[in-house]
Design a protein around this ligand. Structure first.
Ligand SMILES: NC(=O)c1ccc[n+]([C@@H]2O[C@H](COP(=O)([O-])OP(=O)(O)OC[C@H]3O[C@@H](n4cnc5c(N)ncnc54)[C@H](O)[C@@H]3O)[C@@H](O)[C@H]2O)c1
Length: 697
């Protein structure tokens, strides 16, 4: 029996819990077997058809799915009208960048392009044995339905999924796989099905992120993203502030700049899709979603939201005073919170999903539920009240304040970190790629919960679903630290203390890294586990020097305390060059074991359950270290004074914290990290630039 703080998101895909992955020593499903189920056995293998293959979605998905299915010998047929502009061809340079010229040519050789008139399917199609149709044709209900009829008549039993932006599955009569922009690289698909199908599980097994959502008009992403766009146009309507300036405030308030995004996607198509989602939502939920005249005008004309750069007025627009700021918050945050209340009331998705979708697909700095959780129920409800004073019609429908009552429960409290256990062994999963204050608090709660449940052995890992890599600290957390060293010390000190709990609070802790990479703060966190295991091919690194910042989660001394002095030059090189290495080159000095995925899963389980893994535990030296070199050979040229300064500061932190006892070192490295953040080199670097771009008005 597995107990968990809340349902693992993997379970929503019918793939079981994360703990079972370790217990079984393998992933819950196998891509090859699923390919056989969906497309047929080799020899009788059928094909994937993408209709609308030259469109924005179709061309992207031909690339994304084509590159993943080619190794399995699944042909991809791209179907479109004869006069459709060559959307697939436009994607080719990107494919070359990702796979090299030979790889790109191989993938494209596997793609067959066909034209037809929309009414009669090409005769040759039958030879490709279509098994799965991904429909990506225009957002017009009748046209989509006629298209399915055509395919079903020709190929009874074919599986069909629509990429529709907003039509429910019940209207279309097919399942939905709604993808997020940019389509060739974004891995998220919102899925509507009665139960998780082999197609959805195949998407997962091929490295994508399917997210089940309920069958309502428009899906979670579009309620948030189109909703935010609408809120921006309403604010424009009320104040006449230009859209580009509203974007700046939206970026500061929540993260996205929706007007620029519409222009980047292609205003003509994107304006229509946004309008279409909102129009259908407003028919059911009233004024909350009613498109403004400006939105209708942009839908009709297809015009961009941003004026050309040289037409931007020199006179800046500013919000004058608290009242104006309050009004902006009311229009934007208030309406977003009300829309979220509808999403929750209708149970449109797992809370971790509803929260993650905005971050993964719409550039929300923090998911909307994390934002609302910070406000707390009263402030959230008050923000909607402010909005209703500005827009009273919206109060008439689709407002469910009661959904915020359950905020103290694990579903709300564990949006990014979950914990599971089987009575003896625990698993902590982190679903956010970058570490921030939310993750930090949730990780502490997960540790508290496992301890309260009497669990002494724990595995710490990604969630095998939403997080496909661990990229490091969320640098937006450092913004306040640029001006105030005590803020930097607070962040570094708090996070380091959390990381130490992985060492101090369990008898055995095992970190497991798979996916693309584990870098910076996330690697520092994971190295606090008694054992660190990584799957071959995973990239590990400490890129702080390139930002530049000084590692503040004990990366400057912890790994030195665990490695023999013969390995110290390699650690220095890692920290001072910022270059990454592969897991298989890191065993015995940075991590404890690297192996194939299945083998490392077994090693992790064996370590966590006291089995015979053959991997020895490395001790953390608690005394001051002597003889850590002050010079490093083989570093690439610094290339600028900022890197020089960062290298000096990192070396200072290494010497200071390694030269201290373990007990003192936390404070020493915290100080070094915090002090560097207030220097001109850091403020002029990536963190400072990001701060100027997103926060400074
Ligand atoms: N644009 C986005 O970012 C986005 C995001 C998510 C979902 N969607 C959805 O994707 C679908 C397509 O949108 P798009 O933005 O890619 O549109 P698009 O206009 O770029 O592409 C549509 C393509 O379909 C082709 N087409 C039209 N009728 C056809 C038919 N009967 N058979 C085969 N091909 C046909 C067109 O020639 C065109 O190449 C819509 O349902 C939309 O809601 C779009």
């Amino acid at each position: 029996m597995i107990h968990s703080m809340r349902q693992s998101t993997l379970e929503t895909l019918g793939l079981g819990s994360v703990l079972e992955i370790f217990r079984n020593g393998r992933l819950p499903v196998d891509a090859g077997k699923l390919v056989n189920r969906v497309f047929g056995e080799p020899g009788k293998r059928g094909s994937l058809v993408v209709s609308g293959a030259n469109g924005i979605v179709g061309a992207g998905k031909v690339m994304q799915l084509g590159s993943r299915l080619e190794p399995y010998g699944v042909r991809v047929v791209g179907l479109d009208f004869p006069d459709a502009p060559d959307g697939i061809g436009k994607q080719y340079p990107g494919l070359v960048r990702a796979f090299g010229p030979e790889g790109a040519a191989r993938i494209m050789t596997n793609v067959v392009r066909m034209s037809y008139d929309g009414k009669n399917l090409p005769a040759e199609l039958e030879g490709f044995r279509p098994r799965y149709l991904l429909e990506a044709i225009p957002e017009i209900l009748d046209i989509k339905k006629a298209h399915y009829d055509l395919f079903r008549k020709a190929f009874p039993g074919i599986e069909i999924r629509s990429v529709t932006s907003g039509f429910p599955s019940a209207e279309l009569g097919v399942g939905i796989a709604h993808p997020a922009f940019p389509h060739e690289i974004n891995k998220v698909w919102e899925i509507v099905e009665s139960e998780p199908s082999p197609i959805t599980q195949l998407h997962w097994a091929l490295g994508m992120i399917p997210i089940p959502v309920s069958d309502h008009w428009s899906f979670v992403l579009d309620v948030q993203f189109c909703g935010l766009t609408l809120a921006g146009t309403r604010y424009h309507h009320a104040t006449n502030m230009p859209f580009w300036k509203i974007d700046k405030y939206l970026r500061q308030l929540v993260g996205p700049n929706p007007f620029r995004a519409h222009d980047a996607i292609g205003a003509a198509g994107a304006n229509f899709l946004t309008w279409s989602c909102l129009h259908h939502l407003s028919q059911r939920y009233g004024a909350l979603f009613e498109p403004t005249p400006e939105l209708v005008e942009h839908k009709d004309s297809g015009q961009n939201w941003y004026p050309l750069d040289h037409f931007r007025p020199l006179v800046d627009w500013r919000l004058d005073g608290n009242e104006a700021e309050e009004e902006l918050r009311g229009w934007i945050l208030g309406s977003l919170i009300q829309m979220t209340s509808l999403t929750l009331h209708e149970q449109r998705g797992h809370l971790a999903h509803v929260n993650a979708i905005g971050e993964l697909c719409a550039q929300f700095r923090r998911g909307i539920l994390a934002v609302i959780r910070d406000l707390g129920p009263d402030s959230a409800i008050n923000a909607v009240g402010s909005y209703h004073r500005l827009h009273p019609e919206a109060a008439e429908k689709a407002w469910y304040p009661a959904v915020f009552e359950g905020m103290e429960g694990h579903d709300w409290q564990q949006l990014y970190v979950n914990a599971e256990h089987d009575g003896t062994t625990g698993v902590i999963t982190i679903s956010r790629e970058s570490y921030n204050a939310d993750v930090d608090r949730e990780l502490n709660r997960a540790i508290d919960w496992l301890r309260a449940e009497g669990i002494a052995n724990v595995i710490v890992t990604g969630d095998f679903h939403l997080s496909t890599q661990m990229v490091g600290a969320d640098t937006s957390e450092f913004f306040p630290a640029l001006a105030d060293a005590s803020e930097g010390a607070r962040v570094a000190g708090t996070w380091s203390k959390t990381a130490r709990r992985l060492n101090d609070d369990f008898e055995v802790s095992v970190g497991f890294i798979n996916g693309k990479r584990c870098l910076g703060g996330m690697l520092e966190l994971m190295m606090h586990c008694h054992y660190l295991v990584a799957a071959n091919g995973t990239t590990l690194g400490m890129p702080e020097v390139t930002l530049p910042v000084v590692p503040g989660m004990e990366g400057c001394h912890w790994p030195f305390r665990k490695a023999g002095s013969e390995h110290w030059p390699k650690l220095l090189n890692l920290l001072l060059s910022g270059r990454s290495i592969k897991a298989e080159d890191a065993a015995a000095w940075l991590i404890d074991h690297a192996g194939t995925l299945d083998e490392s899963l077994k090693v992790v389980w064996s370590l966590a359950t006291g089995g015979d893994s053959g991997v020895a535990r490395r001790k953390v030296e608690a005394g001051a270290l002597k003889g850590v070199p002050t010079e490093v050979g083989g570093l690439p040229a610094a290339g600028g004074p900022a890197t020089d300064a960062a290298r000096k500061a990192i070396m200072g932190s290494i010497q200071g914290s390694c030269g201290a006892t373990l007990a003192e070192a936390l404070e020493v490295q915290t100080r070094h990290s915090a002090e560097f953040m207030t220097t001109p080199e850091c403020r002029k670097g990536r963190v400072g630039a990001e701060y100027a771009r997103t926060v400074v008005k």
